[in-house]
Design a protein around this ligand. Structure first.
Ligand code: 5GP
Length: 231
């Protein structure tokens, strides 16, 4: 039977975007999701207050501290962390289900959560860090958003230092000085990572079928060296 190269089965990947608040990662995340139906957002649980612009179950699941602790204790969270005085965590089940069925999951999480995902599932993880063009621009973006109190903005700027210091733990680092360019870069990274040899599960039988065809076409015996060296 001929195997269709365009339908090779693939394991899903976990695509993490991290940055200090205000560097533009949420905008890039939104654009990626709108652009790409194969990608689904991991919706975190958080103990933070809901902002006026946010919707339950769309941006986050807003839960109280005791429910958060129960989820963490039961192992229902793939990772969790305290960020700017609030707790955030990734529900485990939707991510595992997506990976099993070959869908990709986008995460807007901090460096602490990214480290935990790396410890658990390193081969499924792609880590992208978004840098602001300058700290003055980052502050201006936080103020323009005008959804957080002055104290919260100050806490986020303070937290930006700790987040920035983690940049070298990521696979890719993008400077968001131009949103269109930054988005194009992130999109290209996702496209390339999807095609990594070890993610494309159907390659081995596909190459075997090509080799069988060589034999059928030429009558020459198949050398299996290329198969062995690819494992
Ligand atoms: P914000 O309060 O602005 O929505 O998010 C604050 C920070 O928490 C952001 O850096 C965001 O990426 C991070 N964050 C959001 N959800 C999660 C999560 O589930 N786990 C971790 N570790 N960080 C998260």
């Amino acid at each position: 039977m001929t195997i269709e190269p365009t339908h090779l089965a693939r394991r899903g990947l976990m695509f993490v975007l991290s940055s200090p608040s205000g560097a533009g990662k949420s905008t890039i995340a939104r654009q990626l999701l709108a652009d790409d139906p194969q990608l689904q957002l991991s919706i975190s649980v958080t103990t933070r207050e809901r902002r006026a612009s946010e919707l339950e179950g769309v941006h986050y699941f807003f839960i109280d501290r005791s429910k958060f602790e129960k989820m963490a204790e039961r192992g229902d969270l793939l990772e969790w962390a305290e960020v700017h005085g609030n707790f955030y965590g990734t529900p485990r089940e939707p991510v595992e289900e997506a990976l099993r069925t070959g869908r990709d999951v986008l995460f807007d999480i901090d460096w602490q959560g990214t480290e935990q995902l790396y410890e658990k599932l390193p081969q499924d993880l792609v880590r992208v860090f978004v840098l602001p063009p300058s700290m003055a621009e980052l502050k201006a973006r936080l103020e323009r958003r005008a959804e957080d109190s002055e104290a919260a903005i100050a806490r986020r700027l303070e937290g930006a230092r700790a987040e920035l210091e983690q940049w070298a733990k990521y696979d890719y680092v993008i400077v968001n000085d131009d949103l269109e360019r930054a988005f194009a870069s992130v999109k290209a990274i996702l496209a390339a990572e999807r095609r990594r040899r070890d993610r494309v599960l159907g390659l081995r039988p596909f190459v075997s079928s090509l080799l069988q065809d060589v034999q059928a076409l030429t009558g020459a015996p198949v050398h299996s060296d290329s198969e062995k060296s690819a494992s």
